[in-house]
Design a protein. Sequence first.
Length: 413
Amino acid sequence: MMLQKPEWNPTILEEAGITESMVMNLGNELTEFLAPFMESIATAGQEEYAETFVKGFLSDLQYKSAEPIALRYGTSVRGTQRFLKDSKWDTQMMEEIYKRTLSNTIAAPGGMITIDECGEPKKGKHSVGVSRQYCGALGKTDNCQVGVYVGYSGTGGYGLIDRKLFLPEKWFGEDYEQQRTECGIPTDIVFQTKLEIASSMLDKVIDSGLFPARWVGVDSLYGVSKEFLAAIPQNLWYFADVRTNTLVFTQMPEMVTPPYSGKGRRDLKAKPSIAPVSVKTIAEDENIRWRNATLGEGAKGPIIACDKCIRVFMCDDNSPGESVWLYIRRLEDGSLKFAISNAPDDTPIHVIRGASLMRWPIEQCFLECKNELGLDHCEARSWNAWHRHTLLVFLAHLFLTTLRLRYKKNSLF
């Protein structure tokens, strides 16, 4: 079944640089693109459901869950739903084909592996992994699912590599035993923190050798974890978001024992000769100048940064820790973004700025996959369905990436 022009999301066509004369062949291009992935589907007739989902994600449907997609393309609603939940196809095999294809499409030396999470608000309590927890989409704690995602960005483009649904610890208690069974959570799944999930996924991506990287970029949940940052292989440099109250020393302090006051027990614990300051204080320090620089060329023109970049020492239990770069960027709306990096102290400033640009595309992936492709439209409640829905969205996003590279050839870097 070939997609005709009215069924395509018009935003996708515009962003990919597709003209009206090109549209009629896109259905054939999609079928050709999907052909290698069908090797993972052994049951005859199931390929139609996979293709239907990807077509639905790329379509102009307002809501992109199984039922409206099935109704649009005339497939069985129950069959489409079962395809996600319990159909016998090799999800892991499709994931491996996807990663190799993504690598061949965008991987380039000096890239960045990025880690972030994405929350999806949910009503009720029956969907797998649902709990009251922080949801970035809402900016507050609410009922939601949270996935941990690994992405990649570089001179060849950007995309999402992998994902795993976070299961709150209470989901492993006796009270949730029936719900775990109903949601089809594999019996070998054990509780892992988001940091543990992210670290495991990062190791897997690095070991695959598919995504050559100089950098690892993370948001503040991971950036404030000394243990997580320390576990990153030493041949990679991190560019890690931190919170506004993160304390640093602007110079290496001496550690001195306070003089005895003559009263009470003598304090023998050495203390820094200067007090640490918050990164926000450095942003407000007029003696450290803001500088304007062009980071690169974006879809809407030059990307201009107003930033500060200095060497500091991390504050570790009121003692000086490792020496890092502190990068502060003021956004167009006046808000501030703070990041630290363990890149060597002789690293040119333009290289640090380049890392800040590579950190951003995972947010763009979330934006595109939600706004255009239905990443957050999964209504199925099972473990399998969540991971299969997100994987098929990844395929749709990769197809969109191939169109952009072929027809528009715009680069963010």
